[in-house]
Design a protein around this ligand. Structure first.
Ligand code: LLP
Length: 422
């Protein structure tokens, strides 16, 4: 059993749904991102079921994976999108998504981005500062429209996750301190070009417990009740994203577990009418993808063994950036014995930080294929061309079919727009 239900062994070969990964490597080369369409559908289904009978809008946090085909699949299933840039909005539109189901987050929205979002008719701006509130109001006034706004508050709760992906603490740049929210809402009430629709928070990522959400919710409920007194009646409550996935043996919180508690707390406080918005990214795509890579060389040293593979930190930066652990499967594994060496899996990039996994016991030979698991989220979207490495192709498997959803970049394309001096 691997960590990803749609990437399993058949006849000692790791498959994506019904397609052997070895076949994809042969056909499309490596490194290669391979996604499972059914995994996307199942992830969506777990949220849909959790929200049944209630008003729930899932706005996929597309920064996790913004390939157009993936957005298209989610749009067809009925999701909205959480965007953080004008670029992401353009992708939603290109993929056929409904801008009316888009929430626009992010601390640094520029004027052109606000204009584009108003023109597209997004559901809501998740406003992250007083300055931004004023700017959104000005742009809307100039365009003679009303901007739907929601304030992102920072509830100061510890999501218990890596400092780089924890966002709900006082010291983070995100949102406004929750005790200032009533005053900022009062200001919003004075601005005729704003339409106050909700309140928002996002406390972090790869969260594996319900309690941080409930701590945040508790504070938000108090705020919502106080706002009511102030004459601000909200339509929705956005609890952000953050549900974790299984990279190794984590016990997870399911959308149903989370939402059951959320709905109960709202009902208890007479707030059952609120629409709930969620912004899941990782849990929608993380285990829908692997990064396929081939062993170039094995280097056995005195204290360490290295497997030098053709994927690198430019393809998957999470290990070196967050010390993240991704499980690694040999696509055609040989039995591991006591004398099987342990390897650090490293890429060809000229940095000591260029590693993808450490201290893994694998019976390897040159040219072996490896699957780096859980690479559907924050892998391609964080990829770069460092060392003039073309970004790898992306393949989406549907049953026994494989679709190229992004071809491998060509070398020429990497510098095609650069200019030599006269
Ligand atoms: N909403 C907002 C406002 C966010 O900032 C994020 C993620 C999400 C939703 C989606 O969160 P998720 O459900 O994916 O946890 N690159 C890091 C993760 C950074 C998350 C940034 N914000 C990683 O690879 O672990």
């Amino acid at each position: 059993m691997t960590v990803a239900p749609h990437f399993q062994f058949q006849n000692n070969t790791l498959h994506a749904e019904q397609v052997p990964l070895s076949k994809l490597a042969e056909e499309f080369g490596t490194p290669l991102y391979v996604y499972s369409r059914q995994a996307l559908r199942d992830a969506w289904e777990s949220y849909r079921v959790a929200g049944q009978d209630r008003e729930l809008l899932v706005c996929y946090g597309m920064k996790a994976n913004s390939n157009l085909a993936i957005l298209q699949e989610f749009a067809r299933l009925g999701t909205g999108f959480d965007i953080v840039s004008g670029g992401e909005l353009a992708r939603v539109i290109a993929a056929g998504g409904d801008p009316g189901k888009v929430v626009f987050s992010g601390v640094g929205k520029q004027v052109w981005e606000i204009e584009a979002a108003l023109k597209a008719g997004v559901k809501c701006f998740n406003v992250e500062s007083e300055d931004e509130l004023e700017r959104v109001a000005q742009v809307a006034e100039r365009m003679n429209v009303k901007a739907p706004v929601s304030l992102r508050v920072n509830p100061d709760v510890d999501a218990g996750t890596h400092p780089y992906i924890s966002t709900g603490l006082k010291d983070n740049k995100f949102g406004v301190p929750i005790d200032q929210a009533p005053r900022i809402y009062a200001r919003a009430q004075q601005l005729p070009s704003l339409n106050i629709v909700g309140v928002d928070c996002h406390i972090g990522s790869q969260i594996t417990e319900v309690s941080p959400y409930l701590d945040a919710l508790d504070k938000l409920i108090k705020l919502i009740l106080a706002l009511k007194e102030q004459g601000v009646n909200l339509i929705h409550l956005d609890l952000g994203g953050g549900l974790g996935i299984r990279y190794t043996d984590e016990t997870l919180v399911t959308p149903t577990q989370l939402l059951t508690e959320v709905f109960a707390a709202l009902d208890k406080n007479g707030l059952g009418h609120l629409e709930i918005v969620l912004e899941p990214g990782r849990s929608m795509v993380g285990n829908a993808g692997v990064l396929l890579s081939r062993v170039e060389y094995l280097k056995h040293g005195e204290t360490k063994n290295f497997a030098i593979i053709d994927a690198a930190m430019n393809d998957l930066i999470r290990p070196t950036l967050y010390d993240a652990w991704h499980s690694v499967e040999a696509v055609e594994p040989r039995p591991v014995t006591e004398s099987t060496p342990r390897y650090d899996l490293v890429g060809p990039i000229c940095e000591s930080g260029d590693w993808l996994a450490r201290d893994r016991q694998l019976e390897l030979k040159q040219d072996d294929l490896l699957a780096i698991m859980s690479a559907g989220a924050y892998a391609f979207t964080m990829a770069s061309q460092y060392n003039t490495r073309p970004r790898a192709a992306e393949i989406l498997v549907d049953g026994d079919q494989a679709h190229v959803i992004r071809p491998r970049e060509t070398l020429e394309s990497l510098f095609a727009t650069e200019r030599l001096l006269p």
